[in-house]
Design a protein around this ligand. Structure first.
Ligand code: NAD
Length: 387
């Protein structure tokens, strides 16, 4: 477990992480790492506190076996360092699995910034974060995530090239690709059950950037929509745009439907909520939908097909990764995202009668284990030649 050692970046530079910024192995936060992540600890976890800018963040580098650790940067009002750490570790792990299954030349990582209380200088906060990302020497590549915007990533980009930033007017593209990938997975799942999307009922929880785009694609294909959001204005907007029926947020998971699409928060599927699910398929954009692996087993035992989030919600990451590498056109990104359908098929072949999420875990672990590992030539694959 680890966290204090200097690290060689993909570009050969050294991380400036110091004993002051690391989480020490006897520290209560570090002590909880093994408990939270089980079989394999993350490669590196940094806790950074910069009082002059109000920056308090954690960067979790789960794996660089396949390349630089690409992952989101969240800005949320975490209740405690423990809560922030748990989020960072689980999301970083999910990014490793997601990037590996999508055959992207990246490892997995995640940054979480604790939102300062009261007013704060946003540009200064993200400049400080950018300097921190620069100090990690290319081991971590940041992208926007919950609570952060395209503008924030541009502030990061002024300090480091290890960020995938895009102009504000194009900021919706990644979310749209995420929704597209989930849409493809839903179609594939229904097809395997010999059902059609036209006329199917889909319950969508969360009507933000990804959920709203998914609703549009589903309605265009003839699905009937049930929608819920804690923000009543969003629910009303979806109802008006997609002829959808509004459901109370605390009821949506239990609605009878063909497909339940969690597109709001993580941890929504636990022992209690799984027992109420009345969908044939669960497939949505939200990261870390299962509160624990047993929730996936319980869905399987109830005959519900759960398509793992990290397999199906990679569309935005593919878009971010290709934009960062500057390699392919928008049409090629769409083609790459559409491959999610084939992966769903392959997963269902692999899983046989066992829970698909267990088979997906094994599949991702296989890909991580057979990666060339810390060969700098391979790790460097996550860094564009021009950088
Ligand atoms: P967003 O912040 O734009 O939207 C989230 C929506 O969920 C908001 O409208 C919010 O009001 C609503 N919400 C929050 N709590 C809720 C609850 N209890 N019940 C119902 N609605 C609730 O976020 P987003 O970008 O659309 O992402 C949604 C989810 O998908 C997140 O978990 C995110 O991590 C995941 N994800 C998104 C992308 C992407 O490209 N946007 C990529 C991968 C994963």
């Amino acid at each position: 477990m680890l966290l204090l050692d200097q690290k060689t970046g993909p570009d050969g530079s050294r991380s400036a992480s110091s004993a002051d910024s690391g989480i020490h192995a006897g520290d209560p936060l570090a002590a909880s790492l093994h408990a939270q992540l089980g079989e394999r600890p993350p490669e590196e976890v940094l806790q950074i506190v910069k009082p002059e800018s109000g920056l308090r963040c954690i960067i979790a580098i789960d794996s660089t076996a396949r390349g630089a650790a690409l992952g989101g940067c969240r800005l949320l009002p975490y209740g405690s360092d423990q809560e922030a750490l748990r989020d960072a570790l689980r999301l970083a792990r999910a990014m490793s699995m997601k990037n590996a299954l999508a055959d992207l030349p990246f490892g997995g990582g995640q940054a979480v910034i604790c939102r300062p209380a009261g007013d704060f200088d946003r540009s200064e906060l993200f400049s400080a974060f950018g300097r921190t990302v620069a100090s990690v020497g290319g081991c971590y590549v940041a992208t926007a995530d919950a609570g952060t915007t395209a503008l924030d990533m541009l502030a990061v980009q002024r300090q480091t090239t290890y960020v995938s930033a895009m102009p504000r007017h194009r900021a919706g593209e990644h979310s749209s690709m995420t929704a597209f990938g989930v849409f493809i997975a839903i179609e594939e799942g229904l097809q395997r059950m010999r059902r059609r999307l036209r006329g199917a009922t889909v319950a969508v929880q969360g009507l933000g950037a990804a959920g709203m785009d998914l609703c549009e694609r589903l309605q265009d294909s003839g699905a009937r929509l049930l929608v819920a959001d804690v923000d009543p204005a969003r629910a009303r907007e979806a109802a008006a745009r997609f002829d959808a029926r509004i459901v109370e947020p605390d009821r949506i998971l239990a609605e009878p439907c063909d497909v339940l699409a969690p597109c709001a928060l993580g941890d929504v599927l636990d022992a209690a909520s799984v027992a109420t699910v009345r969908a044939a398929i669960v497939c949505g954009t939200a990261a870390n939908q299962l509160a624990d692996p047993q929730a996936g087993d319980a869905l399987h035992a109830r005959g519900v097909l759960y398509l793992p989030d990290y397999l199906v919600n990679v569309g935005g990451t593919i878009s971010v990764a290709r934009a960062y590498l500057g390699q392919v056109s928008a049409a090629e990104v769409v083609r790459e995202v559409a491959l999610i359908g084939q992966r769903v098929n392959e997963l269902l072949e692999r899983s046989g009668s066992s829970a698909p999420v267990r088979a997906a875990d094994d599949w991702a672990r296989e890909k991580l284990a057979t990666a060339i590992g810390h060969d700098p030539a391979f790790a460097g694959a996550g860094v564009p030649a021009s950088r």
